[in-house]
Design a protein around this ligand. Structure first.
Ligand code: ATP
Length: 378
């Protein structure tokens, strides 16, 4: 069992005379066996939250409960929580075997034979039997990461906390380790919180994502909910790569009016906007934009400024008035800088946000989104 409840968590640091609120009124319930991702920009409070859960930082307010027991003030060693760090934090003078068994030796009364047996089991699980007698300095980054993970797993904790554990690895190894970690987490079924600022890790690895900004929770949901139904403009812009395009518009007479285009809404969409008028932010993902014939009603004429061929896809950066908009095109379509591209925003794929609060006014929904092609490329 590893059910973790974070209740009204607050952490404030005093830096000289300045107060920094790193985490503010954070509430998250994490189910037993769940894989939860914390994602957000640098400085948003991800590591501080994790360190509070591990007991490495004392919260200024709020509570942390593990299986309904309040552990807020318990020392780290009494929490049954294992943490894996970005820099692996291995002891350089100890072999991989000793590094993995170290925690068991120090914090349990387990005999040497039992420790050896458990280290061997974990080494087999991680595929690192061959390197057990080597020291960290003799190991590659990927091997060191496996040893660090092995050291966490061998303790059979209730909860794993992982702070950007793959960020020191090269891109290819990172992809392999990502899948390995997911399989491992599923096999062990240990509640895991994984901190990252990597888009792909956030979208692919976890059951749910908690998106943080400025110490505050912006949205807690499945990756697809956060992608299709962002709670606000911040989440809409943060989740998804390349990022969503935004346009400041005026909602007047059933149309979204931008400096350089007018977007007429259907009666159905207008119904959703009853009670709204005036300024709004229109959002559309690059992969939702369609290219259309120039004479299509409502088509927006743009000029391609730069293209980024990615292989299967090409990202075209097009000018709309004095704004740049990203459009995802099929990689087979050759488009050169200076070309005119006429585009359309399918109405069922547009998002609207309150320009002042950033809150979502209109969004897509996961249920309708699953019926359509996410890569609606032209
Ligand atoms: P990153 O992705 O860069 O690691 P993060 O989201 O993990 O960032 P935190 O490390 O949790 O962010 O930091 C949150 C805020 O708290 C930042 O403004 C940071 O400068 C501040 N902070 C963190 N630790 C301390 C500390 N010990 N003393 C003062 N301020 C701190």
């Amino acid at each position: 069992m590893g059910k973790l409840d974070i209740r009204n968590l607050r952490k404030e640091f005093l830096d000289e005379d300045r107060s920094i609120v790193a985490v503010e009124d954070l509430n998250i319930d994490i189910d037993d066996g769940e894989f939860l991702i914390f994602v957000g920009p640098s400085g948003c409070g991800k590591s501080t939250t994790l360190r509070c859960i591990a007991g490495l930082e004392s919260p200024t307010g709020g509570n942390i409960l593990l299986n309904e027991t309040d552990i807020t003030n318990k020392p780290p060693t009494e929490r049954d929580i294992a943490m894996v760090f970005q820099n692996y934090a291995l002891y350089p003078h100890l072999t991989a075997r000793k590094n993995i068994g170290f925690g068991l030796k120090m914090s349990t009364d387990m005999g040497a034979d039992e420790i050896e047996r458990r280290v061997d089991d974990v080494a087999e699980m991680m595929g690192i039997e061959e390197i057990l007698e080597k020291k960290p300095g003799e190991l590659s980054g990927g091997q060191q990461q496996r040893v660090a993970l092995g050291r966490a797993i061998v303790r059979e904790p209730e909860v794993f906390l992982m702070d950007e554990p793959l960020s020191n690895l090269d891109a290819k190894l990172r992809t392999t380790m990502r899948t390995e970690l997911q399989n491992l987490q599923q096999d062990l079924n240990i509640t895991t919180i994984y901190v990252t600022h990597d888009q792909t890790e956030a979208m692919t690895m976890g059951d749910r994502i908690a998106i943080l900004n400025d110490g505050k929770l912006q949205q807690l949901g499945t990756p697809l909910e956060c992608y299709y139904e962002p709670a606000n403009r911040f989440v809409a812009g943060f989740i998804g790569s390349p990022s969503m395009n935004f346009f400041e518009v005026d909602y007047v007479d059933g149309a979204l009016v931008h400096d350089t285009f007018r977007y007429d809404l259907s009666p159905k969409a207008r119904e959703q906007l009853v009670g709204y008028e005036g300024r709004m932010t229109l959002g559309i993902r690059p992969e939702s934009i369609e290219t259309v014939p120039a004479d299509e009603p409502g088509a927006i004429s743009t000029t391609v400024s730069v293209t980024e061929p990615m292989g299967e896809l090409t990202y075209a950066y097009v000018d709309i008035g004095d704004q740049t908009c990203t459009v995802t095109l099929s990689g087979e379509r050759m488009v050169e800088s200076g070309t005119t591209l006429t585009i359309d925003f399918p109405e069922d794929k547009i998002h609207l946000f309150d320009p002042d609060t950033g809150e979502t006014v209109k969004t897509r929904s996961v249920s309708t989104a699953t019926d359509t092609n996410v890569d609606a490329r032209a």
